[in-house]
Every structure is written in C-alpha cells, then in structure tokens.
Design a protein around this ligand. Structure first.
Ligand SMILES: [Zn+2]
Length: 356
C-alpha cells in the first residue's frame, strides 16, 4: 500500500480548509470631473474596511461630489495620496477631510509638498478670479512626507511612491498599488499605477510649467518601470495600460497646431505615426535642460512622415516645419500639439520658405 499518497490527500484537504480566505483585491473607483473641473481624475481605492483616495479634484462642486462618492461606499477614509502639486489634484482635500474627528493622513513626497506650500497662494491669486466660489476657500496641505521608494500599507493595500522631479509640474510623483502573486486556488492581481499628470490621456496637455524635457524623461522612466499587465490610471482622461505612455499619433482626430494665436491649426497627421525624438545637450550626468531633436527623412528613424521639411500654407503664407526644438521659444510663439491619444506636446519651429 502506498501510505504516502494515502496521507497526502487528506492532509492537502485539511490545509486547504484551514487556509485563511484571501482578502479581496481592492476595487478602484474613478471620479472624473467635467470641463469645468479640467477633466481631472481622482481615484478611490476601496479595501475591505476602508478607502484610500488618490488626488482630490479642483473645484468645490467636484470635491463635494467626490466626497459623496466616498461616503456612498460606507467605509472610512484611510489616507489621501497626492501625485503632484497642481491645484486640480489637491484643492479638494479639504472636502475629503471635512468633519472628521481624526483626519486621515495626506501623503506626498517632500518635492510635491514643497511645491504646494510654495505656490498655493499664487495659484489662488491667479485662478480664483476665474473659478470664483468654485475655488475652495481653504486648502489642506500634506501631513506626512514619504520618501522616494517608500511603501505604505492601508488595510492590506500596499502603495509604493516614486518621486519623478520636474515634468508636467514643478515636481511629480506616481504611486503603484502592489499586485498580488497568484496561487493555484487564487488568481493573482496585477498592480495598478496612479501616474498623475505624467500622461493626460486624450486631454490637452498643460504646458505652462515648462519642464518639457523633464516631462519626456519622466514618461520614458515610468514606461520602463511599469509591468505590461498593469492598469494605469492617469490624472486626466481614461485609464488604460502602460501603452498610454507610448507617444503615438491617434488613429483619428489628431492634428497639428502651431502657434498660440490660431494662425495655423488643424493640419492632419498620419494616423498611428510615431515620432522618435532624442534628448541632447543635457548636462554630463543627463540633467536638464536638454535640447530635443527628431531626425526625419527617408534615411532616418522617423522616415519621411514628418518632413523634412513639411511644407504648409498658413493663412496663405508658405511656411515649413523643421523638426528642431528650442526651449527658449517653446512657451512663447510656437507649439505643436498632438492631441487625442498622444496627450503630450511636441515643439517645432517653423520658418518661412525661402528665408535664410
Ligand atoms: Zn492635472
């Protein structure tokens, strides 16, 4: 008689019966603001006994609606995690915390925290005239600083923060909700990344802070860091996968805009084209400011899709777009924006045909 197999089966059954039931995976709820709230997202990560918020929206109306969504879950708020220091991500923290005897912690990296504290008054002075009563009268700042790479756990959900430095804002970070390894009985869950405004997915990008080269570097860095099966939750626009960090011209609805004053808009771009650009002239250790160069032409990686040069008629004035980028002009005169899926702007400098 084979005693080994005789005992093995009941033992396995007994172990299975004794194993604790696996905690349910967190459920991620999205709050998506409309146009008056700049299409910003906040997320509520629901665990068995609580909720962790990621960002908090901009306006009074949106943050109150976010609070109502949170309250409808019937669980306590455990923490607020901030991705970066733009008001559309932290203004609503006050409404999330309102009325709580023991307010939960508001977590941010030191860089994000310092940007909020340094710029909050100036942001209010600039934007309150536009938003009026929708601008929260009180803002709540972070109460707990987290280090780059630090992990925090709330009700079994573990988040790791990654500091990115300047990019879409003066200081950015992203949070990764750790996934779970699967077992024979319980399937695993992939991780989820809350990337803030590293990508504005299908929403026109905010370029005014000017760290474009740092932003491009952040995109590359986050793209490299995320596992292919991760869910990715951007600060604006629809969630998706890591491919939202691929800079690809959308299949439809994408155009090229040049200039702030509308002299040249809506030039069509080839669907699904990819523009490869190189950072150059960085400091010896790769630090910005960097130049950016896209080589185009039949013999170059980008092929002839984008030039060179790309002849255009703008208000009956012949211009050509050359694929050179110059940080000193990017916020003044010339902007080329790939919209739709791309969500990141590229900069070109046009020059008149025939000029030297
Ligand atoms: Zn934003």
């Amino acid at each position: 008689m084979n005693t080994r197999s005789f005992w093995a089966v009941p033992l396995a059954l007994a172990l299975a019966a004794a194993a604790p039931a696996q905690t349910p995976a967190p459920v991620i709820h999205r709050y998506a603001a409309g146009a008056t709230g700049l299409f910003v997202n906040a997320y509520l990560v629901e665990t068995p006994h609580g909720v962790v918020a990621i960002d908090a929206t901009l306006t009074e109306s949106d943050s109150k609606a976010l609070r109502a969504q949170l309250d409808s879950l019937g669980k306590p708020l455990l923490a607020v995690l901030l991705t970066h220091g733009h008001p559309d991500h932290y203004n609503g923290v006050t409404n999330l915390l309102a009325g709580r005897a023991v307010p939960p912690p508001v977590l941010a990296t030191a860089g994000v925290d310092s940007v909020i504290r340094a710029n909050d008054a100036a942001q209010e002075a600039q934007w309150k005239p536009l938003f009026g009563d929708e601008w929260p009268a009180q803002r709540t700042f972070p109460s707990r600083i987290v280090r780059d790479g630090e992990s925090v756990t709330f009700d079994g959900a573990t988040f790791i923060v990654h500091a990115l430095g300047p990019g879409e804002s003066y200081n950015n970070s992203y949070w990764v909700l750790q996934g779970r390894r699967g077992t024979r009985r319980n399937p695993g869950t992939p991780g989820a990344a809350f990337i803030g405004d590293v990508v504005l997915n299908g929403v026109h990008a905010y370029m005014a802070d000017g760290h474009t080269a740092g932003w491009l570097a952040n995109i590359e860095r986050v793209r490299d860091a995320l596992a292919p099966d991760m869910a990715v939750y951007p600060g604006h626009g629809d969630p998706g996968g890591p491919d939202m960090l691929d800079l690809i011209v959308g299949a439809s609805g994408t155009d090229l805009d040049i200039g702030w004053r509308g002299v040249a808009h809506n030039f069509p771009l080839a669907p699904n084209a990819t523009l490869r650009m190189c950072l150059n002239t960085c400091g010896p250790d790769g630090t910005p400011p960097c130049g950016m160069q896209a080589l185009v032409g039949a013999q170059e990686p980008n092929g002839a899709t984008f030039g060179p040069p790309l002849p255009l008629l703008s208000a009956n004035v012949p211009i050509c777009v050359v694929n050179e980028w110059n940080a000193t002009i990017m916020l003044r005169e010339l902007a080329a924006t790939f919209r739709n899926r791309l969500s990141i702007s590229r900069w070109f400098s046009p020059k008149r045909l025939g000029s030297s």
